[in-house]
Design a protein around this ligand. Sequence first.
Ligand SMILES: Cc1cc2nc3c(=O)[nH]c(=O)nc-3n(C[C@H](O)[C@H](O)[C@H](O)COP(=O)(O)OP(=O)(O)OC[C@H]3O[C@@H](n4cnc5c(N)ncnc54)[C@H](O)[C@@H]3O)c2cc1C
Length: 479
Amino acid sequence: MKTFVAFLLLPVALAVIVALYFGNCVFVHIENDFAALRRAAETTRPLWHTYERLESMAPRAWHQPTNSREIIDTIRLVARQDDDKETSKIRVVGAGHSWSPLGLTAGHLINLDKYSRVLEIDVKNARVTTQSGIRLRDLNRALFERGLALENIGSIDAQSLAGAISTSTHGSGVKYGSISTKVLWLEMILANGSTINITRDDTGLYGAATTGLGLLGVISVVQLECARAFHVYREESLEHVDVAMEKWSERVNAIDHYSTWWIPYTSSVRLVKVTRVGRERRANKSDAFTTRSSFGVAVQLGWWLGSLAPRLVPHVMAYYVRPLFGIDVAFVATALDGLQLDPPHVHNEMEYFIDLENYTRCFRDLVAFVRASDEFKTNFIVQTRFSASDRVWLSPMYERPKAAIAIMMYRQDARAFFDGAERIFQSYDGRPHWAKKHSASRDYLQRVYPMFREFLRVREALDPRGIFLNEYLEGVLYG
Ligand SMILES: Cc1cc2nc3c(=O)[nH]c(=O)nc-3n(C[C@H](O)[C@H](O)[C@H](O)COP(=O)(O)OP(=O)(O)OC[C@H]3O[C@@H](n4cnc5c(N)ncnc54)[C@H](O)[C@@H]3O)c2cc1C
């Protein structure tokens, strides 16, 4: 039956892809091509943009070092320019998959795509040492070949390892921490060109460096703790929102990676239950494929239609929710395939982390706000995930497990939605995801991130001239 549905949807999907492509919209990820950017820079000042193309800027110079000497030389080159201008600063970026303009600079931009080699996989002790520019998907594949895996992963695996660490990138699972929590040690090149090693025992620096937003230096090499390679059993189905809200607290403890999607303007939630299973269970690839091809494409079609006529979204959702989101899914897959399969990727996003005891009330306030607002009609899901407490200073999970509520908008102005939702999140002292859209003030951040001031103290000691700052971060941290 599922295959039949997939088959029926295929021509529609192809038509949509062609329409979207020729409609000149961003349907697939077009990565920043650094070689082309560098070539173009000889005659013009080409733009570097974030993945969604919502933020862009022309840096003064591009750098793609292939070894640590070149990273050091680039930093020293910038450090020698003894002035305070934005063009005399430096930012480091990975895949540019942050919605907030963390990577924008009018100065120098470094990218470590060419500094991305796995250096050593220690199978016995389940750890890997790697150059930090590696993408998570390449790292995870290399680990899988040796019987290891990343402990958890978010919706996608296109990020660079250093970018994911620097922003506390997380998946779902109240027993599983962000990728930052897996760092055993890292090597960082500082503003003065010196190199330091920061280990888990280094209480002064480890907490700051494992979510540093690219402000403390350039992370060059990382050693990570890994898991033994695993398979997962993934189930997805629809449920009434009231039942889901009643049962979430017992489910987060029983299910390894539990998350939900509320379908706006409906009473339905799509449950995503992912449980780790032994390697002896065979992955059923065709079911994973069916999910990707039918569900993924059908949902993409829904979002797209919603962006064309936002006012119709509530009516269309009521009709669409069963045929679209009602497709039940259950399959076994490797951790490489089974932990992802999340929403279509191109969209705008804000995410706040709420204390577990406040989650139900905060979620219900958000639902009421979305239903009542006439200023916008959201055409995307509201996702909730759960994440373990940690000791990383700027981690949203610092010293508390959290429910992470992500709101998204597809090809529409998100301001009215995000502003209203942010007021609700902040009324529960939510902590914003640094890589996603937010407009939290410095005072607010200082209140909800207990180590905020400590982090600034370390930043100022390591980079007194502020060469790693950009205008955006200066506003967020000191505005
Ligand atoms: C479709 C999509 C899905 C996503 N899903 C999730 C998810 O499930 N969970 C989640 O938590 N987040 C998610 N994100 C956000 C994403 O994980 C973060 O934005 C992450 O930082 C992106 O990694 P990147 O390599 O693109 O980093 P960039 O966006 O390029 O940079 C992010 C930060 O890392 C710093 N940085 C990069 N490289 C270095 C380095 N070598 N040394 C020091 N600092 C460095 C940068 O200066 C910047 O401050 C998603 C984003 C997208 C677009």
